[in-house]
Design a binder for this molecule. Sequence first.
Ligand code: NAD
Ligand code: 6OD
Length: 486
Amino acid sequence: MQGIKNFINGEFVDAATGKHFEKRSPVDGKVIAHIAEAGQADVDAAVVAAQEALKGEWGKLTVDQRVDLLYGVANEISRRFEDFVAAEMADTGQPRHVMTSAFIPRGAANFKVFADIIKNVPNESFPMATPDGRGALNYAIRVPKGVIAVISPWNAPFLLMTWKVGPALACGNTVVVKPSEETPMTTTLLGEVMNTVGMPKGVYNVIHGFGPDSAGEFLTRHPLVDAITFTGETRTGTAIMKAAAEGVRDVSFELGGKNAGIVFADTDFTAAVEGIFRSAFLNSGQVCLGTERVYVERPIFERFVLALKAKCEAVKFGRPDDHAANYGPLISDEHRQKVLSYYSKAVEEGATVVTGGGIPPMSADLAGGNWIQPTIWTGLPETAAVVREEIFGPCCHIRPFESEDEVVNLANATDYGLSTTIWTSDLSRAHRLAARIDVGVTWVNSWFLRDLRTAFGGAKQSGIGREGGVHSLEFYTETRNICVKL
Ligand code: NAD
Ligand code: 6OD
């Protein structure tokens, strides 16, 4: 049994509350860790440590020195790759290949890329004319915002947490991270990395706990927190925004989605089936960018549904390190109950269940895990709950369409606006559609293909602001204008 502590001012510490909560394995339901539950005093200590660190050695480093430390963090994550993979597999129950090909390498990249960006960022400087002919130099400098609260979710814990910590530190801020209560491990392990590379104390702090009336709320309400960056549900974003209003703190939000996948008849059929399968079912459907609404052009509709069904029925459930398996459970039983309630609702609303719809039979040693079948529905109106609401599970509804205009209207008829994926061999059409679909990110003939220099974020209720590349610098720094009369 692992004991997981908070990481405050460079030390792993129990909570002042003396309280702990349990982490259960998604794979078999057994308790695998006890986690120190931070209370108000622990959050105070973490935020004060972060504020003190700004005034200390960290605040005095040159950009080059900061960049060296961030490279050190990236290299140390790579050196301890297997530790991170094991920790994230234990927390999420997702297959090893998902960790090794995507989630853990991105942790290292999130430090490296923003170290490179901060070293090379362009800045503005304008020589000005003045009436006396001597002129002035008008220029800008970027300074860190201060103490950043990072609140992260459970679905890709290390990727999503470091996606915020990397640029925040690159810009010279300090952070207090509140990882999801479901996935405390890799965030805690990163504390060891910080100490190994000689990160000054208090720059990176971790507090564990829950949201409302717990560590999450204590952190977002803390008056010494200068800005809040959050990834999670839209409803939680609303609560955090209210907390941020006190003190007029800035927020960056990456929220929920109900993303459309659009498949035209002229597409490379096999690639489209594979692409939609990945986008709907990777990580057991627990990806904010995932496709829960699929629109397929009428001539290939029946064939597409059958091909996707075959892929769903071929998944092999099992433990993350079981080489014969390729499919994991949901994060928690609570989440599974939520997803199952949508499975029932779909039937009540008259869906045709093409495949899945329930819990797969599992061997006795895995029966306590949060297993659930990949599920496809057809035949529902766009007003159905499973077509409108984010489910965040391995499921999608597929509907035929006849024309470009029709599918644009269908794709846009949602309160969310995170991402879309379009499958067609007509690239003119792809460009046309991409400009008309109201989302932050559009992929054409691909999905989740990321370049960290580009803007990432959601439209409508899928978020506020953009992170990535120089867009992250906009959030994690204040720009000051200085005008010097010559
Ligand atoms: P969640 O909103 O329930 O929790 C996210 C984090 O917020 C957790 O650490 C939680 O403890 C904390 N929290 C909850 N209530 C809080 C409060 N009142 N004050 C402060 N902190 C609080 O989300 P989740 O269930 O962990 O993650 C799934 C959701 O995240 C989905 O909606 C998904 O779409 C979204 N998501 C979005 C993106 C994106 O890039 N847009 C990426 C990943 C996940
Ligand atoms: O790739 C990213 O930077 C990112 N934020 C991905 C989000 C994945 C959601 O589950």
